[in-house]
Design a protein around this ligand. Structure first.
Ligand code: F6P
Length: 358
């Protein structure tokens, strides 16, 4: 048996642990393992893949990033081709992926990725490719699973950062706004915000009003608390507006500089409270994985190989109610798991008096 491993989309702490576990479990069965460089991109080049050996995966469990490289333009169905005038046209190169893998003798692919990668995996499986998926995204927004690899580490990094920001907020009697990742779902904001005792947590699932934030700041002042910590997901949504994504409020041409900058400006100008904002950004994706992420990643990697051995293809290996399970990739492709607004975590935030913006 010859298999290939692909790391799709943005990186996340734990990817290397999956690569190591899947490679070792496969090699121990006498299989051959190829690693695709920078997503499926290497398949369009004359160096289509790299052979993974015990040496190439030694000591990587604790390393951040992916030793295989991540794809920046990794969609083979819309492969960007640079034109002479600097613009791009998009070609469907999915047949190249399928035929090149067949040419290499690859019988199955372990595809590690988030919603975008699972959507691709599903479309490639419809073209005959045998795939087993592994759920990866710091955003934790993949449906069908309790948690994705990278999420725990991202929350830990965000919590530590907010803790530090809290002590400086207190010293200067400021409102500090911390923007965390999460384009469509507020998992990181909610979990890290709760863990670091934030005063306000704003997530895409609960559209917020500025009035509710101002009211909370006022209330804190009345209680003698001169500082405040506001955690906001990058995709937080104003009740009257749209999502904040990559600095733009959807539906408006005006560049607002993202959720944190918007809130900073509004709080300063409308309440007079001294305010600063911080965007945590990609540090939430970098560096060493937590113990939990290492462990689930190793378990996912080994389980993916067991699925291939059993011929259980086009499945996503997931953690559900603390058990490893396999669910059809077709069931998760193109969907997002948002925070249920009636979850106990949301209720806990409310019970603790945290303002959720509504
Ligand atoms: O999907 C994970 C994520 O970290 C998002 O929260 C974020 O918006 C995005 O990736 C940023 O990715 P990049 O800058 O690599 O395009």
């Amino acid at each position: 048996m010859k298999i290939a491993i692909n790391t799709g989309g943005g990186d996340a702490p734990g990817l290397n642990a999956v690569i190591r576990a899947a490679t070792k479990a496969a090699l121990n069965r006498g299989w051959e393992v190829l690693g695709l460089r920078n997503g499926y991109a290497s398949l369009y080049t004359d160096k289509p893949a790299t052979r993974l050996t015990p040496d190439s995966v030694r000591g990587i469990t604790m390393q951040g990033g992916t030793i295989l490289g991540a794809a920046n333009r990794g969609n083979p169905f819309e492969f960007p081709v640079l034109q002479a005038d600097g613009s791009y046209t998009y070609e469907d190169r999915s047949d190249v992926v399928v035929s090149k893998l067949a040419e290499l003798g690859v019988e199955a692919v372990v595809a590690i990725g988030g919603d975008g990668s699972m959507h691709l995996a599903h479309r490639l499986s419809e073209k005959g490719l045998k795939i087993v998926g592994v759920p990866k995204t710091i955003d934790n927004d993949l449906v069908g699973c309790d948690t994705t690899l990278g999420f725990d580490t991202a929350c830990t990094i965000a919590t530590e950062a907010i803790d530090r920001i809290t002590t400086t907020a207190e010293s200067h009697q400021r409102a500090m706004i911390v923007e965390v990742m999460g384009r469509y779902a507020g998992w990181i904001a909610l979990h890290a915000g709760l863990a670091s005792s934030a005063d306000v947590i704003l997530i895409p699932e609960i559209p917020f009003t500025l009035e509710s934030v101002f009211k909370k700041l006022e209330q804190l002042k009345k209680q003698g608390k001169e500082h405040a910590v506001i955690v906001v997901a990058e995709g937080a949504q104003l009740k009257e507006g749209g999502h904040f994504i990559k600095g733009k409020q959807v539906g408006q041409a005006e560049l607002l500089g993202g959720a944190a900058a918007f809130l900073e400006k509004e709080i300063m100008s409308q309440t007079g409270q001294e305010t600063r904002s911080v965007i945590l950004g990609h540090q939430q994706r970098g560096g060493r994985p937590s113990t939990y992420d290492r462990l689930i990643s190793l378990r996912f990697g080994a389980e993916a190989i067991r699925a291939i051995e059993e011929g259980d293809f086009n499945k996503l290996v997931v953690m559900k109610e603390n058990q490893l399970r396999r669910i059809p990739i077709a069931d998760v492709a193109g969907k997002f798991k948002t925070v249920p607004t009636d979850s106990d975590t949301i209720m806990t935030a409310r019970d603790l008096g945290i303002c959720l913006g509504d």
